[in-house]
Design a binder for this molecule. Structure first.
Ligand code: C2E
Ligand code: MG
Ligand code: MG
Ligand code: MG
Length: 284
């Protein structure tokens, strides 16, 4: 009986693998046409100042509305885009679109864009970003690039040059998904990060445990010493917001505040905020 089961499992596994492979091939082929067909769109999720409640930044998050498969999350197609090299074209398009939207916001609101390692190591990567900013009319000081620790796994000159070149022009860098990679402190020390985003896994669950809170507190203290802001990701409840604020995080992001929304809604959130402030001022 066990033997039959074993064989069945093997068959099932093979079938699942080839299905997976077929789906990846399909995604790759379709991804190349998706930009032209207008199936991709950039959404924006606010990053909020935890002491004032004001929106300080919008993070650009790409969405793919596939005519047959429905909404596809970046976790599904970004890896395929990386493996196939499509990420360079896709990444340039994302930065250009996001910068165009951000140019319409008040000047104190910044834009955060995620970059994948392959995109950064491609020739002309820094120039692509500079050009996108220039065309959109967005001040480089209003752009923040989010990178993950995987960027530094092979320490390449291309990465150093990219970060140096853009830093010199005023672009800022944030270390994303902090706490999930390797040797985090070495990178924190080597590169001019302005922000550290503590990974969502640290706050997930109904409440933030005392141990987790101690870790966040330690990171926040380091941030304060090094003049870096600490962002807590994945805040879904008021309890989590309070816990990370008490632990010293200055910025927060998550469904508690807002999901990622289309550009017109992002602009509306900002307008609403401005109206409320105006009302408060006239009332007092
Ligand atoms: P990330 O940069 O760490 O982005 C945060 C992810 O967490 C987003 O998922 C966001 O929708 C989700 N999120 C935010 N708040 C909450 C919350 O309170 N609860 C939960 N459960 N989730 C929350 P998304 O949009 O699916 O993106 C996933 C990842 O894909 C991103 O992680 C980023 O690494 C990558 N990605 C997204 N857009 C781009 C892009 O334009 N370019 C590149 N290279 N990567 C991107
Ligand atoms: Mg990010
Ligand atoms: Mg993250
Ligand atoms: Mg992530």
């Amino acid at each position: 009986h066990a033997k039959v089961n074993g064989r069945r499992q093997t068959c099932f596994f093979d079938a699942a693998m080839s299905r997976d492979l077929a789906r990846r091939r399909e995604v790759e082929a379709e991804l190349r046409g998706a930009i032209q067909k207008n199936e991709l769109s950039i959404f924006f999720q606010p990053i909020v100042d935890l002491s004032t409640g004001r929106i300080r930044t919008f993070e650009a998050l790409v969405r793919w509305f596939h005519p047959k498969k429905g909404e596809m999350r970046p976790d599904e197609f970004i890896p395929v885009a990386e493996e196939t090299g499509v990420i360079v074209t896709l990444g340039n398009w994302i930065t250009a679109q996001a910068a165009r939207a951000a140019a319409q916001w008040p000047a104190d609101v910044t834009l955060a864009v995620n970059l994948s390692p392959l995109q950064i190591k491609a020739p002309g990567a820094a120039l692509g970003i500079i050009n996108a900013l220039r065309e959109a009319g967005l001040d480089p000081a209003r752009l923040e690039l989010e990178v993950t620790e995987s960027l530094f796994l092979d320490d390449s000159e291309a990465t150093d040059a990219f970060i140096r070149e853009l830093s010199e022009r005023g672009v800022r860098f944030a270390l994303d998904d902090f706490g999930t990679g390797y040797s985090s402190l070495a990178y924190v020390n080597k590169y001019p990060f302005r922000k550290i985003k503590v990974d969502r896994s640290f706050v997930s669950g109904p409440d933030v445990s005392r141990r987790t809170e101690a870790i966040i507190r330690a990171v926040a203290e380091m941030g304060a010493q090094l003049d870096m802001e600490i962002v807590a990701e994945g805040l879904e409840t008021i309890e989590q917001v309070t816990a990370v604020r008490d632990a010293g995080c200055t910025l927060g992001q998550g469904y508690y505040f807002s999901r990622a929304v289309p550009d017109y809604l992002a602009a509306m959130l900002l307008a609403q905020e401005r109206d409320e402030e105006l009302m408060r001022k006239t009332a007092s």
